[in-house]
Write a protein that binds this ligand. Structure first.
Ligand code: DX5
Length: 216
């Protein structure tokens, strides 16, 4: 019996985007969330998709919007309008505390949970100003922009620290997560794992998803 206390969120960036609806249907029975990597080609070098594409997806999975964009304030409403369950913006894109708090409030007012993400080079201290306001902390284990990269281990120390500071926090990790690195993430205190290429490149996507959960 696998442990459902860990949220597994396949990242659609790694899916065959020419058949996105079908691809989502191959994972939605086994996954808990669906992660949508929104990239603007400015905050990260890659350009992905926005709400006009995602609003056409039919899925019961909660949509987890990861805004890898320079100006998240411009994107939040369109994802609230399509029923996003969680919206995460990057600390590196919004430096001022009052701006961070305003975005968190806007996301909450729109009925979604609010997350802030830190890149591997950003210290956990950088988000100390909103650590009590957020519902989710995303600790990136790759430099954002592309799937299929190698897991960066040093970020696990920030996960451990965040877990020790807020026992109730949803701590998500994203980047290079497979059946080996998932265990390290969970041991460090993460309870929400995003995985793209490991799941979508797998022979059996159900088995791949289940292999990310600790067997209880
Ligand atoms: C990277 C994205 C990740 C990525 C994960 O910028 O934020 O969600 O798609 O892909 P894998 O699991 O292949 O590293």
């Amino acid at each position: 019996m696998s442990d459902k206390s860990i949220i597994i969120a396949p990242s659609i960036l790694a899916a065959d985007l020419s058949r996105l609806q079908e691809e989502v249907e191959t994972v939605e029975k086994y996954a808990d969330w669906l992660q949508i990597d929104v990239m603007d080609g400015h905050f990260v070098p890659n350009l992905s998709f926005g709400a006009p594409v995602i609003k056409n997806l039919k899925t019961a999975l909660p949509l987890d919007i990861h805004l890898m964009v320079s100006n998240p304030a411009e994107r939040i409403q369109e994802f609230l309008d399509i029923g996003a369950a969680n919206i995460t913006f990057h600390a590196e894109a919004v430096q001022k505390t009052e701006e961070r708090k305003a975005l968190i409030a806007k996301i909450h007012d729109g009925g979604a949970t609010a997350g802030i993400a830190i890149n591997p080079e950003t210290s956990l201290d950088n988000v100390g100003d909103v650590l009590e306001d957020i519902d989710l902390l995303l600790v990136m284990s790759v430099h954002p922009g592309f799937g299929g990269q190698k897991f960066i281990e040093h970020v696990l120390s920030d996960v451990k620290t965040a877990r020790s500071v807020r026992a109730d926090l949803m701590i998500q990790m994203d980047g290079g997560i497979d059946d080996t690195t998932a265990l390290q993430c969970i041991e460090a205190g993460a309870n929400n794992l995003v995985s793209g290429s490991f799941i979508f490149n797998a022979e059996d996507r159900r088995i791949a998803i289940e292999s990310l959960r600790p067997s209880s």
